[in-house]
Design a protein around this ligand. Structure first.
Ligand code: SF4
Length: 229
């Protein structure tokens, strides 16, 4: 069955705020599933998590950080050695290259510490806006909302945004939540996307916002149309 189309209209602001309040209640522990002991480990784990599950990253990083416990050690690593350790995370050649280059940037430009400002984070090798946002929110409690595939999909299905790009979705969702909850809101949407509002088929009957979310009506209309042939 083709993907469920996103709503063509945003829900009224009052409804959007209520949807997010319900998700806040449903996910009272909004933290990343990535395991880390320092800002350096978090940054590397987030880079590795692109196109990969957090569980897989968590299986990989203990060995990686046992061998390269600091940016200084990783900056001097041989790429093939890193590739061997991170192979199961996918895109391992590119990721190995990126995390070594990122470690070099940390050592050469930031004294081996992870910066907390967005501009500095995004200047590191392999770090884009989404990775920077995750690190800012999780490591430094800075106001930042990261838009990954779950946040993009769930925000659309809830009618919070009509944004075509992650940046537009970020702008729409951050306008609905106080800045000190942007990091938490990232996880409300990610956790909901993983557990209930799944791709390609959401579990709407089990969803705590199904009474105000616009997508169940879209699904019902499709089923009726299909039944009529
Ligand atoms: S009602 Fe369905 S589409 Fe809407 S958020 Fe819940 S699971 Fe997703």
């Amino acid at each position: 069955m083709p993907a469920i189309p996103f709503p063509k209209k945003k829900v009224p602001r009052k409804v959007a705020v209520e949807e997010l309040a319900i998700l806040e209640q449903a996910y009272p522990n909004p933290v990343t599933a990535l395991e880390y002991r320092s800002e350096y480990e978090l940054l590397v784990a987030v880079i590795l998590s692109a196109q990969c599950t957090d569980a897989r990253v968590n299986m990989t990083t203990p060995k990686l950080f046992a061998k390269y416990p600091t940016p200084e050690k990783l900056a001097r690593a041989r790429q093939t050695d890193v590739e061997t350790i991170i192979k199961s995370c996918g895109f391992f050649r590119m990721k190995a290259k990126n995390i070594i280059a990122c470690a070099r940037d940390l050592v050469e430009r930031f004294g081996g510490t992870v910066p907390r400002e967005r501009e500095a984070l995004e200047s590191l090798a392999g770090v884009g806006r989404k990775t920077a946002s995750v690190v800012m929110a999780a490591a430094f409690r800075e106001a930042a909302l990261a838009v990954d595939t779950h946040v993009f999909r769930v925000a659309h299905r809830l009618g919070l945004t009509l944004g075509k790009t992650p940046r537009q979705v970020e702008e729409d969702v951050t306008a609905l939540v106080p800045a000190d909850k942007w990091g938490d809101a990232t996880h409300w949407l990610i956790l909901h996307g993983r557990a209930v509002c799944k791709a390609p088929t959401p579990k709407c009957p089990q969803c705590p916002v199904n009474h105000i979310c616009p997508t169940p009506a879209i699904i019902a209309k499709r089923i009726t149309r299909k039944a009529k042939g």
